[in-house]
Design a protein around this ligand. Structure first.
Ligand SMILES: [Zn+2]
Length: 77
């Protein structure tokens, strides 16, 4: 038996094997990279960083919040 240890990556989004020379690694394509970014933006992933400073939250007005939520809604369609 030959055990050729090949290093491969799998795209976290679609599980496709990603060549190590893939510029978008660890994603198989730009598309999957953007999907991953979208998940972060929509809060699907929990970010383990401390909660935002309340002072920062006060600087975000309602219009900005609504626009961000609408962008997330559009993303899920
Ligand atoms: Zn992919």
């Amino acid at each position: 038996m030959t055990e050729a240890k090949q290093k491969i990556l799998r795209c976290p989004i679609c599980k496709t094997v990603v060549p190590l020379d893939e510029p978008n690694a660890p994603f198989c394509s730009d598309r999957c990279r953007i999907i991953d970014l979208g998940k972060w933006a929509s809060g699907e992933y929990r970010i383990s960083s401390p909660i935002l400073d309340p002072g920062v939250l006060e600087d975000i007005d309602e219009a900005t919040l609504r626009r961000a939520q609408q962008e997330n809604d559009a993303d899920e369609r």
